[in-house]
Design a protein around this ligand. Structure first.
Ligand code: NAD
Length: 367
């Protein structure tokens, strides 16, 4: 008997794609493989009612393919609602490349990935995410026009991260206003978890405002650099959530508000750049609300980056980008009071508005 015979009854227990918990009526999921460059990628296209699905590409060393698929599904769904609530005519998509960006990312691999993006004829437009640089998008641009976040010298809007950080700062200020009655962050103790492209820029805004900033990262070199540059304190413990702080800013990866952390969190406000901060949206959002912790929905306040790359498609200027990003302050305040009035979580309130916009457009499109 052959040992690797597939046991069908096992396989049927969880359907591989449509049966995943994170599958939410995604329109298309594309698996990309190229033996020569070692490329293994998954492109998730969640919804294209409002426009082409735009979302960054993440390169990450996932433990297994399920994790990668789950990330592509969750992240692409988040992009749909981010674009919708920000008032952009874009759908939601996201790509993940399985591998270590430091050692496995080559120009050939990026271009091959670009060819896969191109094969979708514009239904998906890529950009940068974790593990990607503007230079990588420039490589993708060599083989397809369906890419944003390319260098300013090549006609793009450049690295979206500083604008993302500015939007997060605006959302954080609004959440602080809601919780503390003032949006001035001077002397507030803010923990920034993840000081990469966005996190570092956020640290700069916070330090300029006089906040007491504490930084955490798994990259020791970055900790040293950012601490030296801005005078931020370094956190070296292994339980950041139990630390006493005013504001927690998750700027690394998602799902840090989960069953293990949600009851420990001492912060009174959560506002950060990471996508999908709530491991389970409704459940963890509700627990935060019951504990009196104000949560600024991630897909609402980290939209600066998508506003920046959208400018590349629509051709609007830096001033308009800044104006739209500053508006995140007003939208966050509106969502927080909407949630209170309707006795729902802030995440739920933001999702309702985003979903209504998509439904309205869907009806208009079918007329
Ligand atoms: P990045 O890769 O530049 O930075 C991520 C940082 O997090 C790195 O310094 C990394 O070492 C650190 N990190 C990873 N795991 C960690 C852990 N367990 N604890 C502490 N630090 C850890 O990524 P980025 O572009 O700054 O994006 C950060 C987050 O914001 C991501 O979730 C991304 O999806 C989201 N986001 C980014 C943008 C953008 O414009 N770049 C836009 C919207 C959302």
């Amino acid at each position: 008997m052959i040992s690797d015979v597939i046991n069908l009854s096992e396989i049927k227990k969880v359907d591989p794609v449509f049966g995943q918990l994170s599958f939410d009526n995604h329109e298309q999921v594309v698996f990309c493989n190229d033996k020569d460059t070692g490329l293994k990628a998954i492109i998730g296209i969640h919804n294209t009612v409002l426009g082409p699905a735009l979302g960054g590409t993440r390169m990450w060393q996932y433990n297994n393919e399920w994790e990668a698929l789950n990330d592509a599904l969750r992240l692409s769904r988040g992009m749909t609602f981010k674009a919708a609530i920000t008032g952009l005519n874009l759908g939601g998509g996201k790509a993940v490349i399985i591998g270590d960006a430091k050692t496995q990312k080559t120009p050939e691999l990026m271009k091959r990935f670009g060819e896969f993006v191109h094969s979708l004829s514009g239904k998906y437009i890529t950009a940068e995410d974790v593990g990607m640089e503007t230079a990588d998008m420039d490589l993708v641009r060599e083989v397809t026009p369906y890419v944003t976040g390319i260098s300013e010298s090549k006609g793009g809007a450049g690295n979206p991260s500083p604008i993302t950080a500015y939007g997060v700062f605006m959302g954080m200020k609004a959440a602080a206003k809601y919780k503390f009655g003032t949006d001035i962050l001077e002397d507030k103790k803010v923990f920034v978890q993840g000081i990469g492209h966005v996190g570092e820029s956020l640290v700069e805004h916070l330090v300029n405002e006089g906040a007491h900033v504490v930084i955490a990262d798994i990259n020791e070199e970055r900790l040293q650099d950012v601490s030296k540059k801005y005078g931020a304190s370094i956190y070296r413990g292994d339980d950041i959530y139990s630390e006493s702080m005013d504001i927690y800013a998750p700027c690394a990866l998602g799902a840090t508000v989960n069953d293990d952390t949600v009851y420990k969190i001492k912060a009174q406000v959560i506002a950060g750049a990471a996508n999908n901060q709530l491991a389970t949206e409704e459940r963890h959002g509700l627990i935060l609300q019951e504990r009196g912790i104000v949560y600024a929905p991630d897909f609402l306040i980290n939209a600066g980056g998508i506003i920046n790359v959208y400018a590349e498609l629509e051709g609007y200027d830096k001033q308009e980008i800044i104006r739209k990003t500053e508006n995140i302050y007003n939208t966050t305040l509106e969502i927080l009071s909407n949630a209170e009035t309707n006795e729902i979580t802030a995440n739920h309130a933001a999702l309702n508005i985003a979903k209504n916009r998509i439904e309205t457009r869907k009806k208009e499109n079918s007329k």
